[in-house]
Every structure is written in structure tokens, then in C-alpha cells.
Design a protein around this ligand. Structure first.
Ligand SMILES: CC[C@H](C(=O)O)C(=O)SCCNC(=O)CCNC(=O)[C@H](O)C(C)(C)COP(=O)(O)OP(=O)(O)OC[C@H]1O[C@@H](n2cnc3c(N)ncnc32)[C@H](O)[C@@H]1OP(=O)(O)O
Ligand SMILES: [Co+2]
Length: 135
């Protein structure tokens, strides 16, 4: 089952400007900056209670974030939910008729295994599932 709203992913053109804005808005500094080569993104994370804000900027034109920002304004790009068992949730969502964008979970940011649900099958929202990678 989905246990928590893990993060909101915000697509931004200028990561430093967005980081300054959210530092002022949230009244706190980010806890992590991370490059995710597999997604060609630089990310900045803020903790807000039990949820997070993830700022995402593309590092190449091949990035999903780059393609998104070619067509849409900066803003909420995806919503991510925490799961205890990503394999079970992927199987459950498939049986519910959702279209998954990856066959297997893949390594995401912030020490997570992730998978994505196509927005066209999720009411127009790009959904991400995240499972903590236990050390
Ligand atoms: C993993 C690191 C980090 C983490 O938290 O761990 C991340 O979150 S990385 C986040 C960036 N990576 C991804 O988003 C990977 C999954 N996304 C994709 O595979 C694509 O972005 C996809 C398939 C959702 C869209 O691909 P593309 O933009 O090339 O396709 P289209 O432009 O043809 O879009 C198809 C259709 O979907 C609508 N769309 C696209 N993106 C979104 C979105 N973020 N939210 C809602 N809707 C979206 C788009 O408008 C098209 O709709 P249509 O009505 O046909 O115009
Ligand atoms: Co994300």
C-alpha cells in the first residue's frame, strides 16, 4: 500500500534561483543536493514534516524534465508516494489497469528504488512510487 506522500517533484529551469526561493519560502536550507545521471537531472531536497519538496533541473535535452519544460511551465511535475514493497505495489497497480513506465524498479534519488505511473492512466498526474533502500 502507499504509506505517505513522499515528495512533490517540481520542474524548474534555474535550480539555484528555485533553491533560493524555496529556502526563503520554507524558512530552511535544503538537506540534500544530488545528480541523478540516469534521469539527467540535478535535484535539491527540502524536508517538510513527513514529506519533501524535490526541485528538479535537467542536465541534458534528453531529460524527461527538459522535454516537460519544452511544453509546460515550471511547477509540479510529479507526486511521489512511499511504499513498503515496490514490487507488490507495481503488480497491484498493473492489475488495476495503471500503465507503468518501467518494467522493474530503478534507482532514483535520495536512496530510493522508484517506478513511475504514466500520467495518462493516472488522471493526468505523473505518479512515482518510492521504496527506501535499506543499508
Ligand atoms: C528518479 C529521480 C527522481 C526521484 O524522485 O527519484 C525523479 O523524480 S526523476 C523525475 C524525472 N523522470 C521522469 O519523469 C521519468 C518518468 N517520465 C517519463 O517517462 C516521461 O516524462 C513521460 C512518459 C511521463 C512523458 O514523456 P514525454 O514528455 O516525452 O511525452 P509526451 O510529451 O508525449 O507526454 C505524453 C502525455 O503525457 C503528458 N505529460 C507528460 N509529462 C507529464 C507530467 N509530468 N504530468 C502530467 N502529464 C504529463 C503530456 O502532456 C502528454 O499528454 P497529451 O494530453 O498527449 O498532451
Ligand atoms: Co521524484
Amino acid at each position: 500500500m502507499l504509506t505517505n506522500l513522499e515528495h512533490l517533484g517540481l520542474a524548474v529551469n534555474d535550480l539555484e534561483a528555485a533553491t533560493s526561493l524555496y529556502t526563503a519560502l520554507l524558512g530552511q536550507a535544503p538537506y540534500k543536493r544530488e545528480h541523478v545521471a540516469s534521469e539527467a537531472v540535478d535535484t535539491v531536497f527540502f524536508q517538510v514534516g513527513s514529506s519533501k519538496i524535490e526541485l528538479l533541473a535537467a542536465t541534458s535535452s534528453e531529460s524527461a524534465i527538459s522535454r516537460y519544460l519544452e511544453k509546460k511551465p515550471e511547477g509540479i511535475h510529479h507526486v511521489a508516494f512511499e511504499v513498503d514493497d515496490i514490487w507488490a505495489e507495481m503488480a497491484r497497480l498493473r492489475t488495476e489497469g495503471f500503465v507503468l513506465l518501467n518494467e522493474e524498479p530503478k534507482r532514483g534519488a535520495d536512496n530510493k528504488l522508484v517506478c513511475f505511473v504514466h500520467p495518462k492512466s493516472a488522471g493526468g498526474v505523473l505518479v512515482e512510487l518510492c521504496q527506501e533502500i535499506k543499508q
